[in-house]
Design a protein around this ligand. Sequence first.
Ligand code: DX5
Ligand code: ZN
Length: 219
Amino acid sequence: MSLQIAPSLLAADFTRLGEEVARVEQAGVELLHVDVMDGHFVPNITFGPPVVRALRRTTTIPLDVHLMIAEPDRYIDEFVDAGASIVTVHVEAAPHLHRTVRRIRERGARAGVAINPATPVHALEEIVTEVDLVLIMSVNPGFTGQVFLPSSLRKIETVRKLIDSRRGRAVVEVDGGIDLTNIAEVARAGAAIAVAGAAVFHTPDPAAAVAALRQASLS
Ligand code: DX5
Ligand code: ZN
């Protein structure tokens, strides 16, 4: 089975966000990845709940909201109310993860936890059976167009094994620097979802780019 591709809107043209969404809709993507940054947890500032709400009005594709913000508990309700289908928080930003994850699920969204490249997999051990998704960052978060860190591959394998050993249901999503040259290895390591920003939107035909990534993930 090919990987699911979640195009990251961080790499889209913000002056025509609706058209950019329509272009990847044509490719039948299963998720749209929305990178929320606060200029504090990461050195960039992007979208808030109003943009998520606007996206929700323009598409039926599930919105995969990646919170790169400090104190994410303060904003969970707002993002779910705005239309997030998945809310992912960073383990580095959420000290009371069980409470955070429970809140996301109580509000009716799927819950994800993310780890930065320098965070060891064991930080997930106590939470992995409670979540729907584990997001492994393959760049230091903040910007689109960075280079994939090769050490992420071993990490994907380790996380997948951890989830299986605990009989968890979580899928593994990988985010950062994914392109045609590395997506097959990402798939082989055990990922189910690949986020792709520049590799989709910094191309002349984003729908064709999604199709090419799916195809390459099978090789
Ligand atoms: C990075 C974000 C990513 C980013 C991916 O901080 O979390 O989702 O937009 O973009 P590419 O695929 O260009 O690395
Ligand atoms: Zn992201």
